[in-house]
Design a protein around this ligand. Structure first.
Ligand code: SAM
Length: 470
């Protein structure tokens, strides 16, 4: 039985803003600060305190005593529990304003850049069903909500198939609907759950590292083709085959089906052998007239339609000329490089993950592109003097690092190379602004273009254009 804990409730919190990571910020009559999950600016709420820090409290809404005008009805039955789309209850236009402000604040405070360079944000036309990849996990332990724990009901730790609850690695929220991916995703996941319960297949227990059903990865293309990867935590050929057959019988949309038996402690399948059960083994997605072959281990931007807008905007802002030499740093499967290839003379891409570079090379062949080359390795090691001597100084460098931003040695290399133009794409305006500040020695930021790739979350992508100072 779950242990009951009585938690403190604070009343009369006036919510006025949203913090960097998406929690609402409010104050009580005494001016104490609260970070509240489930509130939006304009609300007055009482908050269940989950954490107490020296100068603030963290918790979630217990009751809304005054509703903000910007509050909307969340679409999902799991809102507030799943933790996936924290802003579903917040008007989408307000979300966009908030994201613009996040970019402007980062540029001003961290980058010391005049926020007038920030252009109006490009929002998503479709703010639901926009993901092309979702991973669900099985667990023998379902996540219990605070209300369930506080109630007098005794809950068995019955199994769940859904999302990891943030901060509780072994517990899963049992998900019946998710509005982030095309609804076929719900049908496939719920079919697998029903099949598993009916056939009494065991769910994975991560602490004991046992149980048959471990994860499902669902990927789809804009034109409705699906690639499913079933991950198992034990070897049971007969049950695996039967589940695969049942899935293929039920869903003609499944173009490719893989399974993988992962007996390791962690969930990553990048180092595991994939067994192809059905289909060609990959999906083909298009961004404009560029095609991408996406295998079960390939990285691809998860919002296909907004990826097209992001890359198109990056090309426009780069103002490429047919004679330009372009470097594509942190290039993944070469998505941006291939996208810009027809607008310039040549592209050289660098990426740490060697499988991604293998995909990039396959994509070069698929698109019959002749002016792109891709290298596997760390940007900070590869982009050295010898590399520049070999390829010459680029006219434009496009850089798209992970959330942590660029290594300071890479920033220094960019200053040493001093090419005329940099286009810096980032999913983390704070680290981007930090790097822009360092690059100011030789560059001026002329434009920032925020693009919303992840509606209902606080995440925001930003393109910054830097011109060399004369
Ligand atoms: C934000 S993703 C961008 C991928 C790609 N540009 C795209 O749009 O699909 C960042 C990429 O940087 C790669 N990466 C991370 N650290 C790296 C490093 N030190 N050197 C080279 N690539 C790195 C990651 O593997 C990942 O593919």
């Amino acid at each position: 039985m779950a242990r009951k804990r009585k938690r403190k409730v604070v009343e009369g919190i006036q919510v006025r803003a949203i913090a960097d990571r998406g929690k609402a910020i409010g104050k009580d009559a005494e001016g104490k600060v609260y970070f509240v999950d489930g509130a939006v600016p304009g609300d007055e709420v009482s908050m269940l305190v989950l954490k107490k820090k020296k100068s603030f409290f963290v918790g979630k809404v217990q009751e809304i005593t005054k509703h903000s005008e910007d509050r909307v009805e969340p679409k999902c039955q799991h809102f507030g529990v799943c933790g996936g789309c924290k802003w579903q209850h917040y008007d989408y236009q307000k979300q966009l304003e908030q994201k613009s402000q996040i970019v402007k604040d980062a540029m001003r405070r961290i980058g010391k850049i005049d926020e007038s360079v920030v252009k109006p944000i490009i929002g998503a036309e479709e703010n639901y069903y926009y993901r092309n990849k979702i991973e669900y996990s099985f667990s023998s332990k379902r996540w219990l909500t605070e209300e369930e724990i506080q109630s007098d009901v005794v809950f068995d730790n019955h199994p769940a198939l859904g999302f990891h609850r943030p901060g509780a690695f072994d517990k899963i929220v049992d998900v019946y609907e998710c509005h982030l991916q095309d609804q076929t995703s719900d049908r496939i996941r719920n079919f697998i759950r029903n099949y598993a319960l009916e056939h009494q297949l065991s769910y994975f227990n991560i602490k004991e590292n046992k149980g048959l059903l471990r994860n499902i990865i669902l990927r789809n293309t804009v034109d409705g083709k699906w690639m499913i990867t079933l991950c198992f935590g034990a070897r049971d050929d007969e049950q695996i085959q039967k589940l695969c057959d049942a899935l293929l019988d039920q869903f003609s949309e499944i173009e490719t089906l893989y399974y993988v038996v992962n007996l390791k402690k962690n969930d990553t399948i990048l180092d595991q052998k994939m067994e192809l059960v059905h289909g060609p083994g990959y999906l083909i997605e298009s961004l404009g007239d560029v095609q991408y072959k996406i295998g079960p281990k390939s990285f691809f931007q998860t919002n296909t339609k907004q990826a097209y807008r992001l890359y198109s905007e990056a090309v426009n802002l780069a103002q490429l000329k047919p004679t330009d030499k372009v470097f594509d740093l942190y290039c993944g499967i070469g998505s941006i490089g291939l996208f810009v290839a027809k607008s310039c003379a040549s592209v050289v891409g660098i990426e740490l993950v060697k499988e991604a570079i293998e995909d990039a090379k396959e994509n070069v062949a698929l698109n019959k592109t002749e002016n792109c080359e891709f290298y596997a390795g760390d940007v900070k090691d590869i982009m050295n003097e010898a590399f520049i001597n070999q390829y010459g100084t680029p006219d434009v460098i496009i850089t798209d690092p992970p959330r942590a931003g660029m290594h300071k040695d890479v920033v220094q290399s960019l200053l040493d190379i001093a090419c005329p133009k940099l286009v810096y794409i980032s999913c983390n305006p704070a680290t981007q602004a930090r790097d822009l500040e360092l690059l100011k020695e030789k560059y001026e930021v002329t434009v920032c273009q925020p693009v919303d790739m992840f509606p209902h979350t606080s995440h925001i992508e930003n393109i910054a254009v830097l011109e060399i100072k004369s």
